[in-house]
Design a protein around this ligand. Structure first.
Ligand code: HEC
Length: 163
C-alpha cells in the first residue's frame, strides 16, 4: 500500500515537472527572434573592432534567419515591407564588408537597428489595436441568456441589487 502511494506520488511529481518544462520551453519563432539579437550584437562587435569577416558572417546569418518559416510571424503587407527593408539593410551590410568600408557598414547597421525598432513598434501597435477591438464587458453580458443571474449586471437598474 505504502509502495503504491510512493509510486503514485512519484508519477504525479514527474507529470508536474514535465508540465512545467513544457510551458517553459520557448517556441521556434521566439528562439529564432532571439538569435537576431545575438547576430546583431556580433555585427556591432565586428564594426567596432574593424573585423569585416565578423560583420559579413553574422550579416549572412541574419539574412538566412529572415528566410526561415519562423520569421513569417505576420502576414500583413506592412510586415512584408519591414522584412523587405530588413533584407535590404543586410545586403548593404554585406556589401560594405566586401568593400571593407567601415562607414558604410556603420550606416547600414544603424538603419538595421531602426528597422528592428520599427517592426517591433508596428507589432506592438497591432496588439493594442486587437485588444481595443475585442468585445467589451457589456457586449459579453448582452450576449448572455436572459435567465443567467448576472445577465443584467451591467444594466444600471440591476447593478444595485448585486452590490
Ligand atoms: C519584420 C519584422 C521584424 C524585424 C525587422 C525584427 N524583428 Fe524582432 N521580432 C519580430 C517578431 C514577429 C517577434 C516575436 C514577437 C512575439 O513573440 O510576439 C520579434 C521578437 C524579437 C525579440 C524577442 C524574442 C523573445 O525572447 O521573445 C528580440 C530580442 C528581437 N525580436 C530582436 C530583433 C532585432 C535585434 C532585430 C533587428 C536586427 C529585429 N528583432 C528585427 C519581428 C521583427
Amino acid at each position: 500500500m505504502k509502495t503504491k502511494l510512493v509510486l503514485l506520488g512519484t508519477a504525479l511529481l514527474l507529470a508536474l515537472i514535465n508540465l512545467i518544462a513544457q510551458t517553459r520551453s520557448t517556441s521556434p519563432t521566439k528562439e529564432l527572434m532571439r538569435q537576431k539579437l545575438d547576430h546583431a550584437q556580433s555585427v556591432l562587435e565586428g564594426i567596432t573592432l574593424e573585423n569585416f569577416d565578423l560583420i559579413a558572417g553574422h550579416a549572412a546569418k541574419l539574412g538566412a534567419l529572415s528566410q526561415e518559416a519562423g520569421w513569417r510571424a505576420g502576414d500583413t503587407p506592412e510586415y512584408a515591407e519591414h522584412s523587405a527593408i530588413f533584407r535590404r539593410n543586410i545586403e548593404a551590410l554585406k556589401k560594405a564588408a566586401r568593400e571593407r568600408n567601415l562607414d558604410s557598414a556603420t550606416l547600414a547597421y544603424t538603419k538595421l537597428t531602426f528597422n528592428c525598432v520599427e517592426c517591433h513598434k508596428y507589432l506592438r501597435n497591432r496588439k493594442i489595436a486587437a485588444v481595443t477591438e475585442s468585445p467589451t464587458l457589456s457586449d459579453f453580458l448582452a450576449g448572455l441568456p436572459e435567465d443567467t443571474p448576472w445577465a443584467t449586471y451591467g444594466k444600471a437598474d440591476a447593478v444595485t441589487c448585486y452590490y
